[in-house]
Design a protein around this ligand. Structure first.
Ligand code: UD1
Ligand code: MG
Length: 445
């Protein structure tokens, strides 16, 4: 069954006490809103609509950069969840699939659960996702009669008897698009908050004689985030799951609790991750690679059997070739390191391409920035760059060139050349000792 996802993200999130809109706070390395988005994409949504309001410019900017196909809808005043969904009505006019409503602050709803809701749509027009709560205070209650969902009543609007119901509304709803918007047209604001409640569509659908139902998921799946404590808790929950999933997929971790993943981390098999490794967004690691202790990775790709760290920093655009080695205190940014190449100690490689089997000695710096512009350098295959050299970009160094230690390379180097770009050594016989003696005598006078 086809569906369009509508993600509500207009709320202020006052309890975050922040200038940043709630859904832009990061969970697992990415803005909160990306999690619901990811579930919708993985479940196979035809189109994705995000309703923004508070701080909407930054949310819209983020989403546009991520995927220009995501439709942004503004809800200028927050008149309730039903009103938020109504902002998408025009965009989905004539769409003959379902709509699933998700929430930017509810990150853990799984694609499988969205499929289960669609399955339940075979016997009902409106399907709501519910969960059982020990303490249901604050949530809308699902009023069931057998399998039939009769109404959703907000906590504030509940009768005493309804308050005893523990089956709660997660907020996630699935219904045919045309029906959803026609039901919303009938929703009023006669409730404790004087808002257009999305939840009211159920009673209206029942009034039309349409079957409605609710399916249950685990409480943990519908975890919503309202405070920084809840965000930190969600991070913990996410990391625990991500570590388990990595282990199940063949990743070895010596101290799993010290390894942090991002939502989009992709790991192959037989990867070893030592303690205290941090994965920022957009990292892919291929089979057999090793990430040693205290490495920080983001926006990079590590090929088969490469060895990274300890204490390596891979920044966006780092492309590490198969069996390459990036050692301690090495930083790599927007640079390709060829297959079998080595950058083992204390180097900065930025805006460069380093050919296969090239060896970058200790302390080599790629001087990519002149204070105004960035420049790229290209090194061929099997080049040897001696320790403590500075490559002043842009330079091109041909295959099998040899750069003498301590060189400052400012000009291109043809393949096979030897470069000595440093002051020539001068030895003065006996002068070292004589100078020291003179200094000591002066000091003791
Ligand atoms: C809502 C449900 C409630 C459910 C609970 C689950 C309604 C009326 N109530 O209540 O049954 O148990 O979620 O957490 O739907 N939003 C907008 N625009 C608005 C209002 C809200 O985008 O005008 C967004 C918020 O950013 C938030 C979400 O919708 O992400 C839910 O809104 P919130 O005000 O938290 O609803 P609840 O009162 O918690
Ligand atoms: Mg809420």
């Amino acid at each position: 069954m086809r569906f369009a996802a509508v993600i509500l993200a207009a709320g202020k999130g006052s309890r975050m006490n922040s200038d940043l809109p709630k859904v832009m706070h990061r969970l697992a390395g990415v803005p909160l809103v990306d999690h619901a988005l990811n579930s919708a994409v993985r479940a196979g949504a035809d189109s994705i609509h995000v309703v923004v309001g508070h701080g909407g410019d930054s949310v819209a900017e983020h989403l546009a950069a991520k995927d220009p196909d995501i439709a942004i809808h503004w809800q200028r005043t927050q008149n309730g969840t039903g009103h938020a969904v109504q902002q998408v009505a025009d965009a989905l006019a004539g769409y003959d699939g379902d709509v699933i409503v998700l929430y930017g602050d509810t990150p853990f709803v799984r694609p499988e659960t969205l499929h289960a809701m669609q399955k339940a749509r075979e016997n009902a027009q409106v399907v709501v996702l519910g969960f059982n709560a020990k303490d249901p205070a604050g949530y809308g209650r699902l009023v069931m009669q057998g399998d039939s969902l009769e109404a959703i009543v907000e906590h504030k609007d509940c009768t005493e008897a309804q308050r005893a119901i523990r089956f709660c509304n997660s907020g996630v709803v699935c219904a045919p698009a045309a029906l959803l918007f026609s039901l919303l047209d009938e929703v009023g604001t006669d409730n404790a908050s004087a808002e257009v409640y999305l939840t009211d569509i159920v009673a209206i659908a029942r009034g039309r004689g349409l079957p409605c139902t609710a399916i249950a998921c685990k409480r943990s799946e519908t975890l919503g985030i309202n405070t920084r404590q809840e965000l930190a808790h969600a991070e913990k929950v996410f990391q625990k799951r991500a570590r388990k999933a990595a282990q199940a997929n063949g990743v070895a971790m010596v101290a799993p609790k010290t390894v942090h993943f991002a939502l989009d981390t992709v790991l192959g098999r037989d990867i070893t991750i030592e303690p205290n490794v941090f994965f920022g967004p957009d990292v892919t690691v291929e089979n057999g690679a090793g990430i040693r202790a205290f490495s920080h990775l983001e926006g990079c790709h590590i090929s088969q059997n490469a060895q990274i760290g300890p204490y390596a920093r891979l920044r966006p655009g780092a492309e590490i070739g198969a069996s390459a080695r990036v050692g301690n205190f090495v930083e790599i940014k927007a640079a390709g390191i060829g297959n079998g190449a080595k950058v083992n100690h204390l180097s900065y490689v930025g805006d460069a391409s380093v050919g296969a089997k090239t060896n970058i000695g200790a302390g080599v710096i790629f001087c990519n920035y002149d204070g105004v512009n960035k420049h790229r350098s290209t090194l061929g295959e099997s080049v040897f760059v001696g320790s403590n050299s500075a490559l002043v970009s842009p330079v091109e160094i041909g295959d099998e060139a040899l750069i003498g230690t301590g060189s400052v390379v400012t000009q291109n180097v043809p393949a096979g050349d030897l470069v000595l770009a440093r002051a020539k050594q001068v030895n003065k016989a006996g002068r070292g000792k004589r100078l020291m003696d003179l200094l000591r005598t002066r000091k003791n006078k």
